[in-house]
Design a protein around this ligand. Structure first.
Ligand SMILES: Cc1ncc(COP(=O)(O)O)c(C=O)c1O
Length: 397
């Protein structure tokens, strides 16, 4: 049997993520000895924070690291509770678990798959320290409702913006909708920094300084005026005690390199165009997949500008097969690698071992039987879009 050309060939034959500008930026940094956290990181942090409308940006090695720093800054520790969604990459929960906090999974909204504020409200206890919403697939959560629950109780809101660079809620950018935003620039994200990377944003000076300190081992030094400061490698203090280092906490090395930041600066300039292309592909999918019985296309709230990191559909029984059959058939018969974002976190072995399990989030558990992600990224060709939609229509017959 002649197998059709694999979708990943159709996708990846069409250019690379990086262009000449990124290549030139990398070479420039190499010629400057490719430092760790240097002037390019500083410029990237300022540029990204300004793009979002936040006062501070803190470049990190990944969103996993960024989430860890954010929860440290929020003061999360053993005995505290962190409320989050079960439908996310496991990093979201791990950041809290690593600090000894108890994970409390609230259920999701049926249409957006985002954290449901009504369920969150039922999970609040005197120990709730942080609400950790994830802007799933690039669509912002109902941040008004979540902030209304959190603010009067002094609960911090930390946005997981891994999918949501450039996304908006009521005209405001993700990363400015809570106390801290945590972005990922991993290879598959809407903007990327050489494989891995991330950025935290905040307009709270205290939170920023705490994250800055923990990013670099809680190392402190003296500035020329003798002020005891967290070390920031982009500024070299030259006071008399230029050599003096102290450490006032158990911190980490989560520093981004200048090489990554130089690429990030270029990618940030391209972000709106990259997201516009994602939106164009989503709209082509919406048109060409409309009207297939049992295939529910993504719901987009009128309050958001969606970043379409993922294009997620629901495969209902009326489609004529289960989600699992759909995923297997489209992979083996059509050579299209679809995915299912994500295995609900409370059903993973590690969280089952901590006492979580079925029945905790019934809506998420039911939707897990149905959600499938269709390939979407800015380099997807017209040929690939047509092939994907035609293949899904054929399976639906
Ligand atoms: C929702 C979400 N949060 C956090 C992360 C972690 O990001 P990183 O890979 O940069 O650590 C991811 C990664 O895919 C994610 O999808």
């Amino acid at each position: 049997m002649q197998l059709p050309k694999a979708i990943h060939e159709l996708e990846f034959n069409h250019g690379t993520i990086y262009g000449e500008e990124e290549i030139a930026a990398v070479l420039e940094v190499m010629k400057a000895n490719a430092p760790s956290t240097g002037p390019k990181v500083k410029a990237f942090e300022e540029g990204f924070a300004a793009y979002c409308g936040a006062d501070h940006g803190l470049a990190v090695t990944s969103a996993t690291a960024g989430l860890h720093l954010a929860l440290i800054a929020a003061g999360v520790g053993p005995g505290d509770e962190v409320i989050t969604t079960p439908i996310s990459w496991i990093s979201t929960a791990n950041a809290a678990a690593a600090l000894g906090a108890r994970l409390v999974f609230a259920d999701v909204d049926e249409r957006t798959l985002n954290l449901d504020p009504v369920s969150v409200a039922t999970k609040i206890t005197p120990r709730t320290k942080v609400i950790l919403p994830v802007h799933l697939y690039g669509q912002c959560c109902d941040m008004d409702a979540l902030n209304e629950i959190a603010r009067p109780r002094g609960i911090r809101v930390i946005e997981d913006c891994a999918h949501a660079a450039g996304a908006e809620w009521k005209g405001r950018k993700s990363g400015t909708l809570g106390d801290i935003g945590c972005f990922s620039f991993h290879q598959q994200k809407n903007m990327v920094t050489l494989g891995e990377g991330g950025m935290n944003t905040t307009s709270d000076r205290g939170l920023y300084e705490k994250m800055l300190s923990f990013r670099s081992l809680c190392c402190r030094t003296y500035d020329p005026k003798g002020k005891y400061l967290p070390i920031d490698e982009s500024v070299t203090p030259m006071g008399m005690r230029y050599w003096y280092l102290d450490f006032d906490g158990v911190g980490f090395n989560y520093r981004m390199t200048d090489m990554q930041a130089a690429v990030g600066i270029v990618q940030l300039r391209r972000l709106d165009a990259l997201n516009a292309r994602r939106a164009e592909i989503a709209s082509a999918y919406n048109q060409r997949l409309a009207g297939i019985p049992g295939l529910v296309l993504p719901y987009v709230s009128p309050d958001v500008k969606h970043a379409f990191h993922v294009y997620g559909v629901l495969v209902k029984p009326e489609f004529g097969m289960s989600k699992e059959e759909f995923m297997w058939k489209i992979y083996t018969e059509k050579r299209i690698k679809v995915w299912s974002h994500y295995m609900p976190i409370h059903l993973t072995t590690v969280y089952r071992n901590q006492g979580h399990g079925e029945g905790e989030c019934p809506v998420a558990e039911r939707l897990f039987q149905e959600y499938v992600s269709i390939p979407i990224h800015p380099r997807l060709t017209e040929e690939a879009i047509e092939y994907v939609t035609k293949s899904i229509r054929e399976l639906a017959k």
